[in-house]
Design a binder for this molecule. Structure first.
Ligand code: CMC
Length: 391
């Protein structure tokens, strides 16, 4: 009963007011607090963008130094959490591990879970941003059977993550500055994206007043899906499956075939009906990383040619399907040395900033209510119970 607007997939429902991120999908524009993503990716750092998203303005040098020190102070995980990892199978997907470990943080940090207190909310936010690299790196280390590395506080946020992932206790790890910059940029490109599925999940979970660490675990669970953050892993797997440029037409034909569930992964977007501005930066970054590491990868050529052919094809033109952020990111991450299973974990690490910023914005909104959608009921009308002997 009741008159509700039915809007499957929420294609035309604004779930909240937000001052964080603006997207013009037709023009391919993405702004964080008004700043174009291209300018932030080129000139800023992930820590600076994190500050911007959380606090509304770019930091002064003093504010940035203080923020970086605060994040650095929270990078360690409670030692007992190392034991928690050992409960997972070695071949567990890092996203499964991240979901579990981040959810488990809710049992460790009771002094930052009074969500009515803005100071506690900020401490929880800082803890989450700071601990995600440690958690993700430990998920990787566990999967390859290497010892966990503690954070090293004289490194940058991203340099520290690289060392915890690829370093070993037996030798010094030298952070490659080009790789560090490229990964930091990838984090910037993933930091926030208005009311996407995982952010909406975090908001909905948080709207009941739930524990912040548990809310972020819910966001991680949602992000994992191949239609969302899982697409970066799926895109690189697809490029490997295609293997060589001659096979591209076969895959384009499959993507167009209504009877084949196959889609071009890393293509298409609910909001962008133009080139995803994040994909532009990503494509440029591939070249920088290849040059710095003196490597190349035949899948990059496959990706470039696939993009070129798809963008000339009527099907993709009419449906306005363009490469999205996930199309080229895997090529870079793979060149840096990450296995495909870590790709979505890196997305989760970076998106944590957007999640906590959106969660803070929601909780401090005086209009905030529990999220409680209605439905159009399609089941049976009222009927009487029939005892089992008479059915
Ligand atoms: N390959 C082939 N056809 C596609 C694709 C694709 N990648 N994406 C959309 N279409 C077609 C789809 O079949 C549909 O055709 P029709 O109208 O004839 O039924 C039409 O385009 C519209 O698609 P939709 O699924 O109704 O659109 P949506 O807004 O619900 O979905 C999407 C958006 C991103 C889930 C979808 O484009 C997709 O599945 N892309 C592949 C997965 C991917 O790259 N996801 C990452 C998104 S960006 C980063 C992130 O969110 O994490």
């Amino acid at each position: 009963t009741g008159a509700f607007t039915y809007d499957p997939g929420f294609t035309s429902t604004a779930s909240c007011e937000s001052g964080l991120t603006f997207i013009d999908g037709d023009q391919g524009v993405l702004l964080h607090r008004g700043y174009p993503i291209g300018q932030l990716a080129e000139n800023s750092s992930f820590m600076e963008v994190s500050y911007l998203l959380l606090n509304g303005e770019l930091p002064t040098q003093d504010e940035l130094t203080k923020f970086e020190n605060t994040i650095t102070r929270h990078t360690m995980l409670h030692e007992q959490l190392a034991t928690f990892y050992r409960g997972f199978r070695r071949d567990a997907h890092p996203m499964a591990v991240m979901c579990g470990v981040v959810g488990a943080l809710s049992a460790f940090y009771h002094d930052s879970t009074d969500i009515t207190d803005p100071t506690q909310r900020m401490i929880a936010s800082h803890r989450l941003i700071a601990k995600m690299p440690t958690i993700a790196a430990m998920a990787y280390k566990y999967s390859v059977g290497q010892p966990f590395l503690y954070p090293k506080n004289d490194l940058s946020y991203t340099g520290n993550f690289l060392r915890m992932t690829f370093g070993v206790p037996a030798e010094e790890y030298e952070v490659n500055p080009v790789v560090e910059k490229a990964l930091d940029r990838i984090f910037i490109l993933h930091a926030d994206h208005e009311q996407n599925a995982s952010t909406s999940t975090v908001r909905l979970a948080g709207s009941s007043g739930a524990n912040p660490f548990a809310c972020i675990a819910a966001g991680i669970a949602c992000l994992w899906g191949p239609a969302h953050g899982g697409a970066n892993e799926a895109a690189l797997n697809m490029l490997h499956e295609i293997g060589r440029p001659e096979r591209i037409p076969e895959f384009i034909a499959r993507a167009k075939d209504k009877n084949d569930p196959f889609r071009l992964m890393g293509f298409g977007h609910r909001v962008y009906k133009n080139y995803d501005p994040r994909a532009t930066v990503m494509q440029k970054t591939v070249r920088e990383v290849f040059a710095a590491l003196n490597v190349s990868d035949p899948v990059f050529e496959v990706a470039l040619q696939l993009e070129e052919m798809a963008l000339k094809d009527d099907y993709f033109v009419e449906k306005k399907l363009f490469p999205n952020v996930d199309f080229y990111s895997g090529v870079i991450l793979s060149a840096i040395g990450f296995p495909t299973t870590m790709f979505t974990a890196l997305f989760a690490l970076a998106r944590t900033v957007g999640w906590v910023a959106q969660w803070n914005e929601m909780i401090s909104d005086p209009e905030q209510k529990i999220g409680r959608p209605r439905q159009l009921y399609t089941g049976p009308t009222q009927r009487d119970y029939v005892p089992v002997s008479q059915r």
